[in-house]
Ligand binder design. Structure first.
Ligand code: PMP
Length: 302
């Protein structure tokens, strides 16, 4: 797939000019926070539906504030940049967008300025899966007391990367990470749900997870469908009692789990509740189902 024509680096630039200096604090110390956002092409109406843009940009403001950036790039600034970039590239397909607020200058690691905004958007195909073979990782989630996962900082991703690389090396598709005290936390870039006796269970927000936008969406959709949801600590041993399971996240959408540590999920992959969510989620993101219009930002592509 060819590169897009434009990127955003404190303004619209040609793709090849969107570069960052090797002396920057972002490059040297991972001083950057970001969001991954999806936009879905509605061929019938000829618009891109940016999915839950406001929620993502609110979280980006929180991450910058947490990092004590001297200048916060506001949700409005980011929103305008994203829309201008999508139009400049003229996308007519599903798109994956990355929005990064980063420390672009050199200097000491305690500096909190200058802050730059980078946005890239790339066409993205359908990566949906029918079932993931999951390894419970021996790498534990970094705790809130050291590298909080609630903050979407690029440096945090080394933790999940170790787990993903290990899972691949061991012949699995991906990993499920535990907290320092051995409770289920989340996957490398996605949250985890299991269904047990008709109840959907997901790790609570104190289990070192990112406060995932898709997780909140899934909870809403399950509750609307009358499926009870529990947000609570999950013991590792409880995984063997799951009837079905899935991961969710902006990039992964709803990703069914086939097995955990080679133990097959009894209701198959996808199980019935996972299948329902996959279908509803796909219909809502593309706008085929016009429910929850507040979750879609329409961008007309010239
Ligand atoms: N956990 C982590 C560590 C992530 O990076 C992501 C992806 N943003 C998720 C969970 C899922 O979050 P969301 O639904 O907001 O994309």
């Amino acid at each position: 797939m060819s590169n897009p024509t434009h990127a955003w680096l404190d303004g619209l630039v040609k793709w090849e000019d969107a570069t960052c200096h090797v002396s920057s604090l972002a490059f040297k110390y991972g001083a950057a926070v970001f969001e991954g956002v999806r936009a879905y092409w509605d061929g019938e109406r000829q618009v891109l539906n940016v999915w839950q843009l406001d929620e993502h940009l609110k979280r980006l403001e929180y991450s910058q504030r947490f990092m004590r950036y001297e200048r916060i790039i506001t949700a409005e600034e980011c929103r305008d940049a994203i829309i201008e970039l999508l139009k400049a590239n003229g996308f007519r397909s599903n798109v994956h967008i990355t929005v990064t607020a980063f420390l672009s200058g050199p200097g000491q690691p305690f500096l909190c300025a200058p802050v730059s905004l980078a946005v890239t958007a790339m066409a993205r195909g359908d990566y949906s899966t029918d079932g993931l073979d999951v390894q419970v990782s021996s790498w534990r989630r970094s705790p809130d007391s050291s590298l909080p996962q609630r903050v979407k900082a690029t440096g945090n991703y080394l933790n999940g990367r170790l787990a993903s690389v290990q899972a691949k090396a061991d012949g699995y598709d991906t990993a499920l990470m535990l907290t320092q005290s051995g409770k289920v936390s989340e996957g490398p870039a996605m949250c985890f749900f299991m269904v047990r006796d008709g109840v959907a269970v997901t790790a609570d927000k104190q289990s070192d997870i990112l406060e995932s936008i898709t997780r909140a969406t899934v909870i809403t959709l399950l509750e609307e469908a009358g499926v009870p949801v529990e947000e609570r600590p999950i013991d590792r041993s409880e995984l063997a009692a799951a009837d079905e399971a899935f991961f969710c996240g902006t990039a992964w959408e709803i990703a069914p789990v086939r097995s955990i540590d080679r133990l097959m999920l009894p209701k198959g992959s996808p199980g019935p509740i996972t299948e329902f969510l996959k279908t509803r989620f796909a219909a809502l993101t593309t706008g085929v189902d016009d429910g929850h219009p507040e979750w879609r930002t329409e961008v007309e592509i010239p």
